[in-house]
Design a protein around this ligand. Structure first.
Ligand SMILES: *[C@@H]1O[C@H](CO)[C@@H](O)[C@H](O)[C@H]1NC(C)=O
Ligand SMILES: *[C@@H]1O[C@H](CO)[C@@H](O)[C@H](O)[C@H]1NC(C)=O
Ligand SMILES: *[C@@H]1O[C@H](CO)[C@@H](O)[C@H](O)[C@H]1NC(C)=O
Ligand SMILES: *[C@@H]1O[C@H](CO)[C@@H](O)[C@H](O)[C@H]1NC(C)=O
Ligand SMILES: *[C@@H]1O[C@H](CO)[C@@H](O)[C@H](O)[C@H]1NC(C)=O
Ligand SMILES: *[C@@H]1O[C@H](CO)[C@@H](O)[C@H](O)[C@H]1NC(C)=O
Ligand SMILES: *[C@@H]1O[C@H](CO)[C@@H](O)[C@H](O)[C@H]1NC(C)=O
Length: 466
């Protein structure tokens, strides 16, 4: 939409070359200043709000392409190719349509799910969308109205669903159109892949994150969480496929079936921040795993969930095992910064070993630092720190249950971040890490023996140890 008016404007301006006169120069100067002013208004003052304020009329629509035809080049597979799942290489964009970050079918609930972008003044939830299936069947879409976060900055992302006709329910791949009724615009021939739910692969506890060039952080983070009970990691790779080394860095974990890497280098709208892509990835992850993951940890790779009760097992699931937890949307985990005093030089490669100090108290709740262990089946829409639409959230006690250990000091993004004083020496994470490492060595030692027997000494599992 943003391309329409500048285009038509430049067409007018480029009409007839005339000899430059003073009047003309003045006109050009004023035009440029006007353009700058409009740009300033659109991009700085009214972020995103220049989207049409009135419903577009038929003449508006006819001036533009009515549909984006979506072919195979728009898709990528996750690694390892997990059955018949696929992901959009970049978000889909088309005039008078919401941007779409993902499309997939959920055979268990019998729906096709679209995760898309909502701009400030867009009100897609008031619109009707139609899913058109190849045999001519049409289903009306459903968007849940967001009553809770519709304040000045409404949600970034919409989740739109259509019921799946029975004959498409168990198909792993088919094509369909998504049509917006008021404008009669559409995405056509969109490939819908299955979410990949299978009865054999059920996880009690999984972890989901998005990274960009953080390869060195990840192996320690994975081994730690594997040790405390995480059964699978879904890592959305925000680096472009051709530049990313993540598949190589995590080859052993992938081979092991512990990690799935999802290509997610989607572009960000000029008037948005990376949060657009972040929130889209979060809701994609939640919706694809509603039926095969009981609990989904949603944290970054400089954050760790630490089980605190020495009298329980070290498994996080041990804390989530009561039936009252079946009905919550998430367990909220309070942030606790770890780092080192200014006069202490960092020693070692490991983030956990370098940062053996913490602040005296955890960060207050609801100050934008909490993270969540989600129950995807009870969440409709999630945004970074909060379940926006979904069941109630309860909090874990950071002293006796679970806490979020946050190593912000070593994060390159920390430069302008105000950190607390690290005054308390705390070795508990180092102890857990050492136990995790020793466990990983035991596991990989066992795996090495098995592999050696199998491949006659070709020991490719060795890079499982950092
Ligand atoms: C698929 O669509 C893209 C973008 O519209 C286009 O450049 C490409 O040629 C198309 N490929 C095929 C095989 O039609
Ligand atoms: C909407 O567009 C399609 C082609 O994309 C056309 O076949 C159909 O008649 C249009 N519907 C209306 C109501 O204009
Ligand atoms: C969509 O796919 C159908 C069936 O493969 C094909 O006949 C049709 O031409 C495609 N439409 C567009 C706009 O590419
Ligand atoms: C990937 O590895 C290559 C070779 O080691 C390196 O040049 C490149 O910078 C790495 N890419 C990223 C995104 O770190
Ligand atoms: C662990 O058990 C011991 C002995 O029963 C008890 O004294 C201690 O308070 C318990 N710790 C916690 C955190 O519950
Ligand atoms: C959770 O509870 C079930 C029974 O309700 C039990 O079988 C299982 O071992 C428990 N898991 C953990 C990690 O405590
Ligand atoms: C690893 O194996 C050693 C020796 O078999 C054992 O003592 C140790 O407890 C194991 N570590 C873990 C974390 O299981």
């Amino acid at each position: 939409m943003e391309s329409s008016s500048p285009l038509s404007r430049s067409k007018h301006r480029l009409r007839i070359p005339q000899p430059p006169s003073l009047l003309n120069r003045c006109f050009v100067f004023l035009s440029i200043m006007g353009g700058v002013y409009v740009f300033y208004l659109n991009h700085t003052v009214l972020q995103g709000s220049y989207m049409h304020h009135r419903a577009p009329g038929p003449q508006d629509i006819s001036r533009h392409k009515r549909s984006l035809s979506v072919n195979d080049s728009f898709y990528m597979q996750a690694t390892p190719p997990s059955g018949d799942t696929c992901y959009l290489r970049d978000k889909l964009r088309s005039l008078w349509m919401p941007d779409l970050h993902s499309v997939f079918s959920d055979p268990v609930s019998g729906q096709v799910v679209f995760v898309g972008l909502k701009l400030l003044r867009h009100s897609w939830h008031g619109d009707e969308f139609r899913c058109e299936f190849p045999d001519g069947q049409v289903r009306r879409s459903h968007i849940l109205r967001d009553g809770r976060s519709s304040g000045y900055f409404p949600q970034y992302v919409v989740v739109l669903t259509c019921p799946l006709p029975e004959q498409y329910r168990w198909r792993t791949r088919f094509q369909m159109n998504l049509r917006r009724v008021t404008t009669n615009t559409s995405y056509t021939n969109v490939t819908v892949c299955t979410s990949g739910v299978s009865p054999e692969k059920q996880y009690k506890l999984a972890i989901c994150t998005m990274v960009k060039n953080a390869d060195s952080f990840i192996p320690e983070w994975l081994s730690f969480h594997k040790y405390v009970g995480v059964e699978h990691a879904f890592i959305y790779d925000n680096e472009h496929h051709e530049n990313s080394n993540l598949t190589r860095t995590l080859a052993a974990y992938i081979k092991d079936g512990f990690v799935t890497i999802i290509p997610w280098a989607h572009s960000v709208s000029p008037y948005k921040t990376y949060l657009e892509v972040q929130i889209a990835h979060e809701n994609d992850c939640i919706w694809r795993h509603k039926h095969d993951v009981d609990w989904m940890i949603k944290i970054d790779v400089d954050e760790y969930i630490q089980p605190m009760d020495v009298n329980r097992t070290h498994f996080i699931t041990d804390y989530l095992n009561e039936s009252m937890f079946d009905h919550v949307g998430a367990v909220r985990v309070q942030n606790w910064f770890f780092g080192r005093p200014l006069n202490i030089a960092p020693r070692g490669e490991s983030v956990i070993e370098r940062n053996r100090w913490r602040s005296k108290v955890p960060t207050l709740q609801n100050t934008g630092h909490d993270k969540n262990i989600l129950r995807p089946i009870n969440v409709h829409y999630f945004k970074i720190h909060n379940v926006k639409l979904g069941a109630d959230v309860i909090s874990a006690d950071p002293h006796t249950e679970l806490r979020l250990v946050h190593y912000r000091t070593d994060n390159q993004r920390a430069r302008r971040f105000s950190l607390p004083k690290f005054s308390v020496r705390d070795e508990s994470m180092v102890e857990l890490r050492n136990a995790a490492l020793s466990n990983a060595r035991n596991v990989s030692a066992a795996a090495d023996i098995a592999i050696e027997t199998y491949t006659h000494g070709n020991n490719y599992a060795s890079n499982a140890n950092y």
